[in-house]
Design a protein around this ligand. Structure first.
Ligand code: MTE
Ligand code: MO
Length: 390
């Protein structure tokens, strides 16, 4: 069993598969922490967890326009300046379960918890690429590939992904080779001893257990870059899909979700009000300008209070760039009241949330128009209907 040596996981994680292990963070724990604690941070593994010996570890940097580097962890830590970046990582499949309710999609049935925020510590990818001699105007290099130590036991394929050179070399792009997560060494599940963190980009590109970096004229040929993590028109099915026809997801669209109250919570009109909490986040470092919450299915809206950004993030809301971390929000809304004793009440309170990012992008009102066979980038209004009692 190639999964026999996988690490133990925190019991609070909601498992979505066991081999490989995938688990998400319960909503209440997301909303309670601007920085997600390491042991409850969602885990998204495609393959068995590789165990990499930190002492003999070498990172290889090679490819077009570079002279090959082999760097030990110690060399990485001593030759390059350390940086901390507060960044949210979200899986492209976050909230996939809502797509399956319309029409079944292929993939893990994530609710809204395949997302988390940490202070990542490491060295800049840019510094390492420049040390390998890569020139910012090299005409041939278009993409930077990342390869993991994890390998498919059946096919032998290794996990890999790539990002465009512009992001990889950008000083303000903050791409990290991280060895720390919230001040702790990376755990086995989150990519020890070294992983990539590509802030503002979908989680699939933040390659864990990093073995090799390759500069290239072309995108990564990996399955996960070429034939997964892409979105298509709702009419495209598994027989008609042309994977080459859509670009790999990099920056995800603005999204938001309700984390509290949890689905299934019964509200009591006698309480008079309900407090709703959640997160909002956008790709590309676009900050959150506003979050609107509805208690009547979207007929009327009120702006939520945006909580202070997590430590290390830009401290004003709605920054145009470099806002890599989510914005937590909360709002207390009045509950419908019976007109006189025993008067009629709606059976449910239909909560909905939508966010606006610093490019004034907002979210579509329903899943149907963005449904796609792989169930990715669902950023429709997040809706939670709760039963209402007198
Ligand atoms: N890197 C490797 N080597 N193997 C993987 O399976 N999963 C990717 C990415 N990096 C993956 C990987 C995906 S799809 C996501 S969403 C993030 O890691 C999840 O990171 P986390 O498990 O630390 O939350
Ligand atoms: Mo993912």
């Amino acid at each position: 069993d190639p999964y026999a040596s996988d690490p133990a996981r925190h019991p609070a994680l909601i498992p979505r598969s066991q081999r490989p292990f995938n688990g998400e963070t319960p909503g209440s724990l997301l909303a309670a922490n601007p920085i997600t604690p390491n042991d409850i941070f969602y885990i998204r593994n495609h393959l068995p967890v590789p165990h990499v010996d930190e002492k003999s570890y070498k990172l290889k940097v090679e490819g077009e326009g570079t002279r090959t580097l082999d760097l030990s962890l110690e060399e990485l830590k001593t030759r390059f300046r350390k940086h901390n970046v507060t960044a949210t990582v979200q899986c492209s499949g976050n909230r996939r379960n809502e797509m399956s309710r319309i029409k079944q999609v292929k993939g893990l049935e994530w609710d809204q918890g395949a997302i988390g925020t940490a202070v990542w510590g490491g060295v800049r990818l840019r510094d390492v690429l420049l040390a390998a001699g890569l020139s910012e105007d090299d005409p041939l290099v278009r993409h930077i590939h990342f390869e993991g130590f994890d390998r498919d036991p059946a096919s032998g394929e290794v996990y890999g992904a790539s990002i465009p050179i512009r992001k990889a070399l950008s000083y303000g792009g903050d791409v990290l080779l991280a060895y720390e997560m919230n001040g702790q060494p990376l755990s086995a599940d989150h990519g020890a001893p070294l992983r990539v963190i590509v802030p503002g980009v979908t989680g699939a590109r933040s390659v864990k257990w990093l073995r090799r970096i390759v500069a290239s004229p072309a995108e990564s040929g990996s399955h996960w870059q070429q034939r997964d993590y892409k979105s298509f028109s709702p009419c495209v099915d598994w027989d008609s899909v042309d994977w080459g026809a859509a670009p790999a997801i990099q920056e995800p669209p603005v999204t938001s979700a309700i984390c509290e109250p949890a689905p299934g919570t019964t509200l009591s009109a006698a309480d008079g009000e309900v407090t709703v909490r959640g997160y909002a986040w956008s790709g590309g470092g676009r900050g959150i300008v506003r979050v609107d919450v509805s208690a009547d299915g979207g007929a009327s809206w009120r702006p939520a209070r945006l909580l202070p950004p997590p430590p290390g993030a830009p401290q004003e809301h709605g920054a145009y760039a470099g806002a890599w971390a989510w914005t937590l929000w909360e709002i207390t809304l009045p509950l419908p009241q019976p007109q006189g004793p025993g008067g009629p009440l709606p059976a449910t309170v239909d909560l909905a949330v939508k966010a606006v990012d610093s490019s004034y992008n907002s979210q579509p009102d329903s899943v149907a128009g963005i449904w796609n066979l792989r169930g990715v980038v669902n950023n429709a209004w997040h809706r939670v209907s709760l039963p209402l009692e007198p």
